[in-house]
Write a protein that binds this ligand. Structure first.
Ligand code: NAD
Ligand code: TYD
Length: 355
C-alpha cells in the first residue's frame, strides 16, 4: 500500500479518488482535517477497505512512525501543507509549523522506517514530495519559464515554507540516501478546491451575486493545470521518477487572472444565465496582495521527456468541467463556507483516532 498525507484536501483527495479508480493498491490517508481538509470529498469511499483514513498531524513524528511500522507502505506521497498564499500573509506561523516542521517530522519518520527495510522493499521505496512552482519566485514578461535548475527565490511566507521543505527533502536524499522525488507544479483547478483560491472563489461569489475580487490590475499570470493531470504526473513520478530528481509539472497554459475570470463568467453566462446580464458585471478590482508575484510559467519538458507525462485537459475543457462541477456541488461549497463542516469535525473527532 501507499501512505498519503493531506489526502482530504483538494489535490490529495483527487489523487486518492483517481488512484483507487485505477488500482486496487490500498491507501493509508493521514490528514489533520484543518479547514482545508474535508472527508466529504472522499464520501464515495465509505466502506471501501482499500482506503484507511487516519486523522493525524504530520508534525507528530512518533505517531507517523507508528503508522508506517503498522502499515508498511512501499511509498509516501506527501501532499499535506498549508497552501493558501493570502493566509500565509496574515498568519505565517502555521505555514512554518506544517510545511517546514511537519515535512521534517515526516522525513525523520520515513528515514527511520526505511532504515528498517531490506532488499527490494528498501530499494523500491519512494518518498514523493509535492511542491509548487512558487518556490522559483516571479518572472518578467519575457523570461523563460521555470526549469528544474531555476534558482529558488520564494517571495511569500507560503512559498518560502515550501522552498524550505524542498531543501530538506533534497538534503535527505543527498545525506541519507532516502529515495525522494520532488514535483513542483503550477496552479491547479478542478473539483473539491476550497473556495478561497481564485477559481472556486469566483464561482461561489458569481452564483451568490457577490463581487468577483481581482487583485491589483488583474494582469498577473499563472500557468493553470487541471487537477487530474497533476495527479497523473504524481503517479508517474512515483512509478518512474528517478530518486533525487525534481520534476516540474505545468499545463503550458499561461493566463492573466482577469482573463481566467472573464472565461469563467462567459461559461456561466452560457450554462447558468441570470437576469440582469453577464456575471462579468460583478468583476471588482480590489487592492493588490502584498508581494504579489507577477508571473509564473513552468517548463514541463523534463517530465514529458523522461516520464512520458503530458496534460490531457486544455484550459477550455478543464474549466468547463470545473464550472459544471461547482454548479452540481453547491451544497458542498455552502457547507465548507458555513463552518458547519468544521464544527462537525471537532464534534466527531475530538476523542477519536482512525476511522
Ligand atoms: P489544501 O489546502 O486543499 O489541502 C491541504 C491538506 O493538508 C488538507 O486536507 C489539510 O487538512 C491537510 N493538512 C494541513 N496541515 C496538516 C498537518 N499538519 N498534518 C496533516 N495534514 C495537514 O492544499 P492543496 O491545494 O490540495 O495542495 C496540496 C499540496 O500541493 C500542497 O503541498 C501544496 O503546496 C501543493 N501544490 C498546490 C497547488 C495548488 O494549486 N493548489 C499547486 C502546486 C502545488
Ligand atoms: P490563488 O488561487 O490564491 O493562487 P496563488 O496565489 O497560489 O497563485 O490566486 C491565483 C491568482 O489570483 C493570484 O495571482 C492571486 C489572484 N487572486 C485574485 O485576483 N483575487 C482573489 O480573490 C484571489 C483569491 C486570488
Amino acid at each position: 500500500m501507499i501512505f498519503v498525507t493531506g489526502g482530504a484536501g483538494f489535490i490529495g483527495s483527487n489523487f486518492v479518488l483517481d488512484w483507487l479508480a485505477q488500482s486496487d493498491e490500498g491507501i493509508v490517508n493521514v490528514d489533520k482535517l484543518t479547514y482545508a481538509g474535508n472527508l466529504d470529498n472522499l464520501a464515495s469511499l465509505r466502506g471501501d477497505q482499500r482506503h484507511r483514513f487516519v486523522r493525524g498531524d504530520i508534525c507528530d513524528g512518533g505517531a507517523l512512525l507508528a503508522l508506517l511500522e503498522q502499515h508498511r507502505p512501499r511509498a509516501i506521497v506527501h501532499f499535506a501543507a498549508e497552501s493558501h498564499v493570502d493566509r500565509s500573509i496574515h498568519g505565517p506561523a502555521e505555514f512554518i509549523a506544517t510545511n517546514v516542521n511537519g515535512t521534517f517530522a515526516l522525513l525523520e519518520a520515513a528515514r527511520a522506517y526505511w532504515n528498517g527495510l531490506t532488499g527490494e522493499e528498501e530499494s523500491g521505496f519512494r518518498f514523493v514530495h509535492i511542491s509548487t512552482d512558487e518556490v522559483y519566485g516571479t518572472l518578467g514578461d519575457n523570461d523563460a519559464p521555470f526549469t528544474e535548475t531555476t534558482a529558488y527565490a520564494p517571495n511569500s511566507p507560503y512559498s518560502a515554507s515550501k522552498a524550505a521543505s524542498d531543501h530538506l527533502v533534497r538534503a535527505y536524499f543527498h545525506t541519507y540516501g532516502l529515495p525522494t522525488v520532488t514535483t513542483n507544479c503550477s496552479n491547479n483547478y478542478g473539483p473539491w478546491q476550497f473556495p478561497e483560491k481564485l477559481i472556486p472563489l469566483v464561482m461561489a461569489n458569481a452564483l451568490a451575486g457577490k463581487p468577483l475580487p481581482i487583485y491589483g490590475d488583474g494582469g498577473q499570470i499563472r500557468d493553470w493545470l487541471y487537477v487530474s493531470d497533476h495527479c497523473a504526473a504524481v503517479r508517474r513520478a512515483l512509478e518512474a521518477g528517478r530518486p533525487g530528481q525534481v520534476y516540474n509539472v505545468g499545463g503550458w497554459n499561461e493566463m492573466k487572472n482577469i482573463d481566467v475570470v472573464r472565461a469563467l463568467c462567459d461559461i456561466l453566462d452560457q450554462v447558468a444565465p441570470k437576469a440582469g446580464g453577464s456575471y462579468a458585471k460583478q468583476i471588482t478590482f480590489v487592492p493588490d496582495r502584498p508581494g504579489h508575484d507577477r508571473r509564473y510559467a513552468v517548463d514541463a519538458s523534463k517530465i514529458e521527456r523522461e516520464l512520458g507525462w503530458k496534460p490531457i485537459e486544455t484550459f477550455e475543457t478543464g474549466i468547463r468541467k470545473t464550472v459544471q462541477w461547482y454548479l452540481d456541488h453547491q451544497d458542498w461549497v455552502a457547507d465548507v463556507q458555513s463552518g458547519a463542516y468544521l464544527s462537525w469535525v471537532e464534534q466527531n473527532y475530538a476523542n477519536r483516532e482512525g476511522n
